[in-house]
Design a protein around this ligand. Structure first.
Ligand SMILES: [Zn+2]
Length: 239
């Protein structure tokens, strides 16, 4: 809210490259918009992929204006960037979801603490905008949030396998939804998990395994950005 007002009152810098006092479209300068519009979603996979990681499509590498816009959106409260970023996310979803079949987006959940820090569920906003875009392009699209994320203990001292187990046990299926996908079809069709960034794929894999336990067969994962593979992994829900 305050950030939205600030956007109206003060000329905000470009969210993509930080240039000040330039005309902005979607919160970004013309150069950044052009670069983002030119991105072609691509298949990506960490090496080695964690067990259970579904096919993963990213809009772009985690660099340049994509990185800038994502950081401004997530960490600096520029919530109106949900629209252009959601439109980009839709292009990755479209690469996984055949036309003519309903597609349901499932957001990777944030912990309550992360949502407080960021002023809401940033992935829910992105997914909502992606759904709008997909519907505009002719898809029968919807979004559900069947998972919630519990706080995870610091995982720095854990082994890879222990970290994997901790990631999965911190994800809970909302009890109201248990059994729901089994008997109902409104959310049928293609199930695509959506997240902002993929690094090790651990989070996407844990989410997918959890959903499969609840009989929700995930077709793939769509993310905005893929980081370069790193040897170290972080304990937060950024994996
Ligand atoms: Zn820019």
């Amino acid at each position: 809210m305050l950030a939205d007002l600030a956007d109206l009152v003060l000329p905000a810098p470009c969210a993509g490259c930080g240039t000040e006092r330039v005309p902005l479209r979607y919160g970004m300068c013309g150069g950044c918009v052009t670069l983002l519009e030119a991105l072609q979603p691509f298949r990506t996979a960490p090496d080695p992929p964690p067990p259970g990681l579904p096919r993963c499509v990213a809009v772009g590498a985690y660099q340049g204006p994509l990185r800038g816009a994502l950081l401004a959106y997530k960490e600096r409260g520029r919530h109106r960037l949900a629209r252009p970023l959601g439109m980009l996310l839709a292009t990755a979803v479209a690469a996984l979801a055949p036309r003519g079949r309903p597609v349901t987006l499932i957001t990777v959940p944030s912990t309550a603490a992360a949502m407080r820090e960021r002023g809401g569920d940033h992935m829910a906003r992105l997914a909502g905008q992606a759904v709008r875009r997909l519907r505009g392009a002719g898809w029968d699209a919807g979004v559900i949030r069947p998972l919630r994320a519990l706080p995870r203990p610091d995982s720095a001292s854990l082994s890879v396998a222990e970290r994997r187990a901790a990631a999965e046990s911190s994800l809970r299926i909302r009890s109201a939804l248990i059994g729901f996908p089994r008997r109902a079809t409104p959310f049928g069709g293609t199930l695509v998990v959506v997240d902002d960034i993929v690094t090790t794929g651990a989070t996407l894999a844990a989410v997918t395994r959890r959903l499969r336990e609840a009989d929700m067969q995930v077709k793939g994962a769509a993310v905005l950005a893929a980081t370069q593979l790193r040897r170290t992994t972080r304990g937060s829900f950024g994996g």
